[in-house]
Design a binder for this molecule. Structure first.
Ligand SMILES: NC(=O)c1ccc[n+]([C@@H]2O[C@H](COP(=O)([O-])OP(=O)(O)OC[C@H]3O[C@@H](n4cnc5c(N)ncnc54)[C@H](OP(=O)(O)O)[C@@H]3O)[C@@H](O)[C@H]2O)c1
Length: 238
């Protein structure tokens, strides 16, 4: 059995690109979706042309769903080398207008999906004495950022940063690496291209390059790190 990766939320968006690129690197990939079944099937077919894939589904804020996903991975592959915690919703809305349900969804989809999936992955990785967990953050995640229209999002990403450090500290002795990759916006719906120091948004391949490095032997002693893939962008200046 070759190397195995699970990329959460990989039916579309950034997760889709990460899953496809890992497949090109020879990984068998577990494609995960919650509601985008058709898109998940499409990417799985694409992956099958170059590697092997399975499709797993579930709400990652639900422990039971996470348990089932990881049982399936154990059954199908018997191992897990890379987990990319990519799921994490975003909301751009004034704090006073953000409902409790929306606030909860942003925090839970970012923090609890990362917590539950990482803990489930560690159980497999400890036995292997090997594994990489990559948490997808967002530029600025290392500090508390108070942006009126993205309060729960930055709260969640900052919590993921703290989790990354803590989990790396605890799991390093088991041969497990936990790192974080924090992109600037991949879209231009909030910021205009001209507002980015390098005059463009981040692109999925910029993120993939950082992941490739972090899971490579060259990054062996890098554990608990956060790589910003942001072209010099600093939230708060713009
Ligand atoms: N896009 C950007 O500009 C940007 C910038 C910086 C950082 N990031 C980070 O990069 C990551 C990916 O961003 P993205 O914009 O590509 O993501 P996205 O399209 O908003 O979401 C990816 C997938 O997450 C899944 N999802 C949401 N809540 C879930 C839950 N409770 N349980 C299971 N799956 C759930 C959805 O799957 P289904 O469709 O199947 O329901 C969705 O397709 C996120 O962590 C984000 O914070 C993105």
């Amino acid at each position: 059995m070759g190397k195995v990766a699970l990329v959460t939320g990989s039916a579309k968006g950034l997760g889709r690109d990460i899953a496809l690129e890992l497949a090109k690197d020879g990984f068998s990939v577990a494609v995960h979706y919650r509601s985008s079944k058709k898109e998940a099937e499409k990417i799985a077919l694409e992956i099958n042309k170059i590697s092997k894939s399975i499709i797993v589904s579930g709400d990652l804020t639900n422990e039971k769903d996470v348990e089932e996903i990881f049982s399936r991975i154990r059954r199908e592959f018997g191992r897990l080398d890379v987990l990319v915690n990519n799921v994490g919703n975003f909301l751009f809305k004034e704090f006073s207008k953000t409902t409790n349900a929306e606030f909860r969804d942003i925090v839970e989809s970012n923090v609890y999906s990362t917590l539950y999936c990482s803990r489930a992955a560690f159980e497999i990785m400890r036995n292997q004495k090997f594994g990489h967990v990559i948490n997808i953050g967002s530029v600025g995640a290392e500090r508390s950022i108070i942006r009126h229209k993205s309060i729960p999002y930055f709260l969640g990403k900052n919590a993921i940063y703290v989790l990354t450090k803590t989990m790396a500290f605890e799991e390093a002795k088991h041969g497990i690496h936990v790192n974080m990759v924090s992109p600037a916006s991949l879209e231009t719906d909030i910021f205009n291209t001209r507002e980015f120091p390098m005059k463009r948004t981040a692109m999925p391949n910029d993120v993939v390059s950082a992941i490739r490095f972090l899971i490579s032997p060259d990054a062996y002693y890098i554990n608990g790190a956060n790589i910003e893939v942001a072209g010099g962008f600093v939230p708060g200046i713009v």
